[in-house]
Design a protein around this ligand. Structure first.
Ligand code: UD1
Ligand code: CA
Length: 459
C-alpha cells in the first residue's frame, strides 16, 4: 500500500539558543534530521517529504538527496498547520507516517509497526509512559474499554488530565485520505492559538474510525531534543547503545562511558579499545587491533595485529588511509589522507604522514614528515627529517627505494629519488637524485677554530 513519510522540521528550536536550526544539530556526528531520515530509509515509500521553515535553506541543503522533497511552512502556526501545507503533496489512498525532525532515535521497526497497524484505515499513535509527562499531549482513554478518545495538549489539560502519564510521542500513522480531510477542519481555538495536529484524534473517534495507541519500546526512542541538555543526554544514551552492541560482538572497551562512535565501526576478533577514543566516518579494525587511550580515528582501515598507541590522530578524510598488519603507530602520531602503511611499519611520536605509501617494515620513529612520498621496504627515516614536497605552487613526489637509510634532520627537496640501499648523511639537504647504494652528504663542512674565545658578559 502507498506510503508517504512526512517529517516535521519547521519549528524554531528557541531553547537551543543557537544560530543553527535545531534539526541540524548533531548527534553522533550526524544531524538530528539525518537520523530520522535514516530510520525511514528502509521503508518503501512513494514520497519522503520534509516540512521546513526556520532556516529552511540551510536545512534543505544539508539533507538534500534523491527521493526527498521539501515543503515550506511559513509562518509556523502549529503541527496541524504544518500538515496542511503538505496536503497537496500527499498522493494516494494509503498511509501517511508522520515523524518529528527533532526525535532522532526512532527505530525503523517501530515506524513499521505504526504503518502496519494503520494499514490505510486506522489512526495509530505512538505513545509513551513518562515519569514526568510535563509538556506532552496526554492520551485520553475510555475508562471502560481503554480505547483512545483524544489527545489533550499539556497547556489545555485539566489538573485531572495532567495526572495522566501516557503521553503522545508526536509520531503517528494515518490513513492519507482521512488525514487530508481532517487537517482541513482544524481550528486554533486553544491555549496556544495554534493548529494542533493532535485534534484529529477526536475527529477520527467521532467518525467511528479505529484509533490505536502503540507504546514505544523505550523512552529513548521517542525523546525529543529541545535544548543542549537533552541533546547531550540523548548523545550519551545513543553512545551507550552503540558501545553495548560492540561489546556484545566481542570488542573490549576499557570503559563504555568513555567511548564515542560518530559513524560506523567494523571489527574482527579480540579488538581492544582504551578510554577516551573517538571514531568517526568509517573505521575498520582487524583481528587483535589494540587502540590506546585518547586516540581520534577517522576513515581508515587498520589491519590485524596493528597497535595504535596513545594520543594518535588518524584522519583519512575522503581519500582514506590504511595501516598494515602488525604496524605500530604512535604515541602522538598523525596519519593524514592517503597514508598507506604496509605491514610492520613503525610510525613514532610526532611523525606526520600524508599521501604517502610506506612498504613493509619501513620506520619513521621520531619527529618527521613524509608527504607525497613512496617509501620502500625496511627504510629507516631519521629523526627530524622531512620531505619538502611543496614549492609554493605545486606538490612533488619523493621516491625512496628499499633499504634506504635517511639520517637525522634531512630535507629531501622533491621531486627527488633515492635509489635502493642509498644512505643520506644526517643534516643533508638533498636536491639531486641519489643512486642505488650511494652515500649522499649535502651539508656545510665542519671547521674547527682553535683561536676562538667565547664572548663574556660585560660588567
Ligand atoms: C507536540 C504534540 C504533543 C506531543 C509532543 C511530543 C501537537 C499539537 N502536540 O507538541 O502532543 O506530546 O509534540 O514532542 O502536535 N513543527 C512544525 N511546524 C509548526 C510547529 C511544529 O514543523 O508549526 C514541528 C517542530 O519542528 C517539531 C514538531 O513539529 O519537529 C513538534 O513541534 P513542537 O513544537 O515540539 O510540538 P510540541 O508543542 O512539543
Ligand atoms: Ca517538542
Amino acid at each position: 500500500m502507498a506510503l508517504n513519510i512526512v517529517i516535521m522540521a519547521a519549528g524554531k528550536g528557541t531553547r537551543m539558543k543557537s544560530a543553527t536550526p535545531k534539526v541540524l544539530h548533531k548527534l553522533a556526528g550526524r544531524s538530528l534530521l539525518a537520523h530520522v531520515l535514516k530510520s525511514g530509509e528502509p521503508l518503501v515509500a512513494q514520497a519522503r517529504i520534509v516540512i521546513t521553515g526556520h532556516g529552511a535553506d540551510q536545512v534543505e541543503a544539508a539533507v538534500q538527496a534523491d527521493g526527498i522533497s521539501f515543503v515550506r511552512q511559513t509562518p509556523q502556526l502549529g503541527t496541524g498547520h504544518a500538515i496542511q501545507q503538505v496536503v497537496p503533496a500527499l498522493q494516494g489512498e494509503g498511509t501517511t507516517l508522520i515523524l518529528n525532525g527533532d526525535v532522532p532515535l526512532i527505530q525503523t521497526a517501530t515506524a513499521k509497526a505504526l504503518i502496519d497497524a494503520c494499514a490505510g484505515h486506522a489512526l495509530v499513535l505512538l505513545t509513551v509512559d513518562l515519569a514526568d509527562p510535563t509538556g506532552y499531549g496526554r492520551i485520553i482513554r475510555d475508562p471502560d474499554d481503554g480505547g483512545v478518545l483524544a489527545i489533550v495538549e499539556h497547556k489545555d489539560a485539566t489538573p485531572a488530565q495532567r495526572l495522566i502519564h501516557e503521553g503522545y510521542s508526536g509520531m503517528m500513522a494515518a490513513p492519507t485520505g482521512a488525514l487530508k480531510r481532517w487537517v482541513g477542519q482544524l481550528s486554533n481555538n486553544n491555549a496556544q492559538g495554534e493548529y494542533y495536529l493532535t485534534d484529529i484524534v477526536a475527529m477520527a473517534v467521532a467518525e467511528g474510525l479505529p484509533v490505536l495507541g502503540i507504546k514505544a519500546g523505550s523512552e529513548t526512542e521517542v525523546l525529543g531534543v529541545n535544548d543542549p541538555v537533552q541533546l547531550a543526554q540523548l548523545e550519551r544514551a545513543f553512545q551507550a547503545q552503540q558501545a553495548e552492541g560492540l561489546m556484545r560482538a566481542g570488542v573490549r572497551l576499557a570503559d563504555p562511558a568513555r567511548f564515542d562512535l560518530r559513524g560506523t565501526l567494523t571489527h574482527g576478533q579480540d579488538v581492544e579499545i582504551d578510554v577516551n577514543c573517538v571514531f568517526e566516518g568509517h573505521v575498520e579494525l582487524g583481528d587483535g587491533v589494540r587502540v590506546g587511550a585518547n586516540c581520534v580515528i577517522r576513515n581508515v582501515k587498520i589491519a590485524a595485529g596493528a597497535r595504535i598507541h596513545e594520543f594518535t590522530h588518524i584522519d583519512g578524510e575522503t581519500a582514506g588511509a590504511s595501516v598494515g598488519e602488525g604496524a605500530l603507530i604512535g604515541p602522538f602520531a598523525r596519519l593524514r589522507p592517503g597514508a598507506q602503511l604496509g605491514a610492520e611499519v613503525h610510525i613514532g611520536n610526532f611523525v606526520e604522514v600524508k599521501n604517502s605509501t610506506l612498504a613493509k617494515g619501513a620506520k619513521a620513529n621520531h619527529l618527521a614528515y613524509l608527504g607525497d612520498a613512496t617509501v620502500g621496504e625496511r627504510v629507516n627515516y631519521g629523526a627530524g627529517s622531512i620531505t619538502a614536497n611543496y614549492d609554493g605552487a605545486n606538490k612533488h613526489r619523493t621516491t625512496i627505494g628499499d633499504d634506504v637509510h635517511v639520517g637525522s634532520n634531512c630535507v629531501l627537496v622533491a621531486p627527488v629519488t633515492l635509489g635502493n640501499g642509498a644512505t643520506v648523511g644526517g643534516g643533508s639537504t638533498i636536491t639531486k637524485d641519489v643512486g642505488a647504494g650511494e652515500l649522499a652528504v649535502a651539508r656545510g663542512k665542519q671547521v674547527a677554530l682553535g683561536s676562538w674565545t667565547r664572548p663574556t658578559k660585560k660588567r
